[in-house]
Write a protein that binds this ligand. Structure first.
Ligand code: ASP
Length: 323
């Protein structure tokens, strides 16, 4: 029987709700195990047995392509039995509550739930009523732990042995509504990177106060000046303008956003010569980045997608794998 690995006896988490719950050692273990998983995926040495005989439910109350599919592929690569809750045809549309839904899933033999929800905090509520493992696949504006871990994994691979310490990472776009940004801020600063958050003032609300409240060893800056954010950056992460979460007043004019903040080859000239471009997707091509850049040689967008599978295999084996 072949497994990605055992859960270490001191592994702390029954759930994965936020990256802030993970120690530096736990993050390191996930990334190391993801390297092993990546190797298994690339050589086709699958499936593994970490989730054999275990049932996992994908409960996505918000749209998703990358996260949902890569969790599904990751679970199947570990021999998990995957079921989907088809939200529009489930009793959730009849007003079934979160506690009722997750207790029902448990009664049906589900041991692990991967949950996405438009409300910040929903996976914490669900975890209170679910005796198994709860994995947060993105809640409202709040957290997206597996995305931050795959972004960290992707950047570490891009930078090689020198890692992220002392690197400048510019994050540009709709900071306000981004759970990806909030989770990345924690993991990237924890890895020693200096993060620059950049976007229109209205989409930076609250982050200046947060920057001041951060522990001194975690460095991040907030600016609406794209040139300042891009200058000498070692990597640039663009974030989607989340119009579905904005009212008209906040949305402003897309044309204005494009002329001030869209990342193009020309603007990237301010960054370090080989600085890669990331985006968690889905990319609004021509808005956050130009189409050429998103599909060009400096883009790590598809590499992020590819890395989603081994990183989620590592997470599943550690959080929900058999003893
Ligand atoms: N896919 C990411 C998320 O679910 C980013 C985005 O939607 O813009 O948060």
């Amino acid at each position: 029987m072949s497994r990605l690995g055992q859960r270490p006896p001191d592994w702390a988490g029954q759930h994965l709700l936020d990256v802030t719950d993970l120690s530096a050692g736990a993050i390191e273990l996930i990334l190391e195990r993801a390297e092993v998983a990546r190797e298994r995926v690339s050589t086709g040495s699958l499936p593994l047995d970490d989730l054999r005989g275990r049932r996992l439910a994908l409960l996505f109350v918000e749209p998703s392509t990358r996260t949902r599919l890569s969790f599904e592929i990751a679970a199947r690569n570990l021999s998990g039995d995957v079921v989907h809750v088809d939200v529009p045809t489930s009793s959730m549309v009849k007003g079934e509550s979160i506690p009722d839904t997750v207790r029902t899933l448990h009664a049906l033999g589900v041991e692990t739930i991967v949950m996405r929800h438009p409300r910040s905090g929903a996976p914490w509520l669900a975890a209170n009523y679910f005796p198994g493992h709860m994995l947060n696949a993105g809640d409202g504006w709040h957290a997206h732990p597996s995305q931050a871990l795959l972004d960290l994994f992707t950047l570490r691979r891009a930078f090689g042995e020198h890692g992220l310490r002392g690197r400048k990472v510019a994050v540009v776009g709709d900071i306000l509504h981004s759970r990806v940004c909030r989770s990345n801020l924690w993991t990237l600063t924890g890895a020693g990177a200096e993060v620059w958050l950049c976007g229109p003032r209205a989409l930076l609300q609250g982050f200046e106060a947060w920057a001041k409240a951060m522990p001194a060893d975690r460095r991040f800056n907030v600016t609406d000046d794209l040139d300042a954010a891009l200058r000498d950056a070692d990597a640039v992460m663009a974030l989607r303008i989340q119009r579905e979460r904005m009212d008209e007043a906040l949305a402003g004019s897309l044309g204005e956003y494009v002329s001030r903040y869209r990342i193009s080859e020309e603007r990237l000239g301010l960054a370090r010569p080989a600085a890669p471009v990331l985006h968690p997707g889905p990319v609004n091509e021509g808005i956050e980045v130009t189409g050429e850049l998103a599909a060009g040689p400096r883009s790590l967008v598809l590499e992020q997608v590819r890395n989603g599978v081994p990183v989620r295999m590592a997470i599943l084996s550690l959080v929900a794998g058999r003893e």
